[in-house]
Design a protein around this ligand. Structure first.
Ligand SMILES: [Zn+2]
Length: 154
C-alpha cells in the first residue's frame, strides 16, 4: 500500500498544489492505477471516509469516498469533479483528515450539493449525483484536496 502523505512530512507540499484534470482516454491506465491505490487505502482503514490523489502523491483530480459513507455497494470514485451547492444551507461539524493525524476541526460546508464526475476512463461521459448531509460533507472535503485546500485552511 502507498504511504499517506501527512502535512508535516517532507512531501507535504504536494497537499498544497492544484491538481490536474485526468485526460481521457489517454491517461486511463495511470488514472486506473491511482484509483486502485486510493481504494486500497479506504479498504484498509475502516475510519477512512475518503482519500484524494494528492494524499498519495498523485497530482491528479481523482478521489475516492468510502462505500460506507455513501451507503453504497461500491466506493464512490470522483474524477475531474464539478461541484455545485444546492441552495445556501450550511452545516458546521468536526472533520478529520488522514493527512493531519490527530487533528479534528469544525468546518462549515454546504448541506446539499451536486457532484458531477466522469463516469468512466474511456470517454468524457459524466454522471451527476445529488448528495446531502455527511456524504456531501466528505465529497466537499475531498474536492478541496484537489484544489490544494486542506483542513487547516478552512
Ligand atoms: Zn483530507
Amino acid at each position: 500500500m502507498k504511504n499517506i502523505i501527512t502535512a508535516d512530512s517532507k512531501e507535504g507540499s504536494v497537499l498544497r498544489r492544484q491538481c490536474y484534470p485526468v485526460q481521457v482516454p489517454g491517461e486511463a491506465v495511470t488514472a486506473g492505477t491511482i484509483i486502485s491505490s486510493l481504494k486500497e487505502v479506504v479498504d484498509n482503514d475502516k475510519n477512512a471516509a475518503g482519500i484524494a490523489a494528492p494524499q498519495l502523491g498523485f497530482n491528479k483530480r481523482i478521489a475516492v469516498v468510502s462505500k460506507n459513507i455513501m451507503r453504497s455497494k461500491e466506493h464512490f470514485v470522483i474524477i475531474n469533479p464539478e461541484l455545485k451547492a444546492i441552495g445556501p444551507d450550511t452545516t458546521t461539524e468536526s472533520e478529520s483528515c488522514l493527512s493531519f493525524p490527530g487533528l479534528s476541526k469544525k468546518v462549515k460546508r454546504y448541506k446539499n450539493i451536486t457532484i458531477s464526475t466522469l463516469s468512466n476512463l474511456s470517454s468524457n461521459d459524466r454522471v451527476t449525483v445529488k448528495l446531502t448531509g455527511y456524504p456531501a460533507r466528505v465529497v466537499q472535503h475531498e474536492v478541496d484536496h484537489l484544489n490544494g485546500i486542506t483542513l487547516i485552511d478552512k
